[in-house]
Design a protein around this ligand. Structure first.
Ligand SMILES: C[S@@+](CC[C@H](N)C(=O)[O-])C[C@H]1O[C@@H](n2cnc3c(N)ncnc32)[C@H](O)[C@@H]1O
Ligand SMILES: [Zn+2]
Length: 285
């Protein structure tokens, strides 16, 4: 089991059958679907934080097409290489969504991760959206699924060996707190050419984001490596095009005339360009 902390008083939580409890008596029941809800009311900025049910359903349908599978494979290999071989490794996927990458990582490390063949590990997926975590529970029962805030993760200081963050917000202080001294952070984020062809249809003026994780992470982390995963994939039907549009923020911003243009396309070839950056905590060797 992960070393979970009480979100209310930060003391360690101990598990009973269907319940987590801290020494001060704060108690959290397992949801019917099998996840732990460790998000306190005052940590929510809205009634229903994170991705809503429609966004989760759209991402689920799109990822089921497996166009992002090679990306997930690259992430898995990198995660396997980042782990030292030992027992009871703890891996946490922050902003896990409905657990596509988390679940494939669990299967990879269990079945074919050569670097970890001698190791045992615990994997947890954390997301602030209960819709996402409910969907994740249906995907994989071997993972500890948590509804919680990435800004206040209910895990003990220095208890995580590998933190993965795919297309989600970076929270440097909290990431540094939960990672142990040898721990690694892997970030997946869009490169300049990601979905370029779609952006060229949607925007008059296609801009690059200029985002670099090292600028956000600041001094707390040192970059170890970065690789680019780049390949073309084809959306083979209008249904697939609409599934991608429903998933990506680019799709949510479309004006009607562009939507009409896109609805006429029989197929669309797109570039996936994603960077995988590995960091370790600064000051550690
Ligand atoms: C773009 S999605 C990425 C999901 C998943 N990693 C993937 O790539 O399929 C971003 C996720 O971050 C979650 N999220 C947003 N704010 C969060 C927060 N403060 N703490 C934890 N998760 C958060 C959203 O609910 C959403 O599931
Ligand atoms: Zn407590």
């Amino acid at each position: 089991m992960f070393e979970l902390n009480c979100p209310s008083c930060q003391a360690p939580l101990t598990a009973t059958d269907k319940n987590l409890r801290c020494p001060a008596g704060h108690s959290f029941d397992a949801a019917r679907q099998g996840y732990w809800n460790l998000l306190l009311a005052h940590q929510k900025r809205s009634k229903d934080p994170g991705d809503n049910a429609d966004m989760v359903a759209a991402r689920n349908s799109f990822l089921a097409l497996e166009h992002y599978r090679p990306l997930s494979d690259s992430l898995n290999r990198l995660a396997g290489e980042s782990l030292t071989c030992r027992d009871n490794l703890r891996i946490l996927d922050m902003g896990c969504g409905e657990g596509y990458y988390t679940s494939r990582l669990q299967e990879y490390l269990s079945n074919s991760g050569p670097e970890t063949a001698q190791s045992t590990f615990q994997l947890a997926g954390l997301d602030i959206s209960k819709h996402a975590v409910k969907a994740a529970c249906r995907r994989n029962k071997a993972i500890t699924w948590l509804v919680a805030s990435g800004a206040n993760m209910p895990v003990a200081d220095g208890s995580v060996d590998l933190l993965t963050v795919a297309f989600s917000r970076l929270m440097p202080e909290e990431f540094a707190r939960v990672l142990n001294a040898d721990g690694h952070l892997i970030i997946a984020y869009p490169g300049d050419r990601h979905l370029q062809q779609l952006r060229e249809i949607i925007y008059k003026d296609v801009r690059t984001s200029g985002f670099t994780p090292s600028a956000v992470l600041g001094d707390a982390f040192t970059e170890v490596s970065e690789q680019q995963v780049i390949y073309d994939f084809e959306l083979k039907s209008q249904t697939e095009i609409q599934q991608l549009l429903a998933m990506t923020p680019h799709g949510w911003r479309i004006k009607q005339d562009v939507r009409d243009t896109l609805s006429q396309l029989p197929a669309l070839t797109l570039t996936l360009d994603v960077r995988l950056a590995v960091f370790r905590r600064s000051g550690d060797s």
